[in-house]
Design a protein around this ligand. Sequence first.
Ligand SMILES: Nc1ncnc2c1ncn2[C@@H]1O[C@H](COP(=O)(O)OP(=O)(O)O)[C@@H](O)[C@H]1O
Ligand SMILES: [Mg+2]
Length: 229
Amino acid sequence: MIKLENVDKYYNYHMDTEVHALKNVNLTINDGEMVAIMGVSGSGKSTMLHILGCLDSQTKGKYFLGEYEVCKYSSNTIAEIRNEEIGFVLQNFGLLSDKSVYENISYPLIFNPAVKYKMMKRLITKAAEDMLVSDFLKKPVKELSGGQKQRVALARAIVNRPNIILADEPTAALDKNTANDIMNVLINLNKNGKTVVIVTHDRSVAEKCNRIIELSDGEIISDKENIPA
Ligand SMILES: Nc1ncnc2c1ncn2[C@@H]1O[C@H](COP(=O)(O)OP(=O)(O)O)[C@@H](O)[C@H]1O
Ligand SMILES: [Mg+2]
């Protein structure tokens, strides 16, 4: 379970350039949900997803990830929690384009001391198989198509077998067919028990989720159940 309680996020707090990016956000996401977060550019979607992914922290309020109240822990412990619990698909893939597919998928494991070399190889191979990118393991990412890149980004997100997948605009850089294909991958991960949270400004992507949350100027203005067509 993910829970935000009275969360405010300011950038450049108390400075002339202060931005109030999230305003008193209250939100609970239960295990196994498939949620879309919608809103125009600048409405706070990425900010919210980064807080949920422990990539950034709120200015005020509380964030609970399962039994952990995230801000109570040291940054090392938070990094460990994130590594175990969360797979993140960054906006614009967030891959290292000169590095191979194999290396890109391996990154979350490098920071996981519990995973030994042999195990690492097995996990990378499995994630690549699940995402249908086994054939390109040795290729540099820059030689792949957009859809293949997103599959590599997804393989990297699932390699640690996290319970939660957070994806920031996962279809924005893709053509319609490829976007559909990637959405089906995310839907399947959700059917296999993962909690999936997708940031999107594309209504047709959001309509495939079971819940649609709309942000406007840092506030949740709507939060509705959705039955995919
Ligand atoms: N690192 C940052 N420093 C200052 N302002 C930021 C930063 N990141 C985002 N913002 C501002 O916070 C607001 C919300 O941004 P963001 O969460 O990226 O929106 P979205 O993902 O919905 O486009 C915007 O006004 C944006 O300019
Ligand atoms: Mg964004």
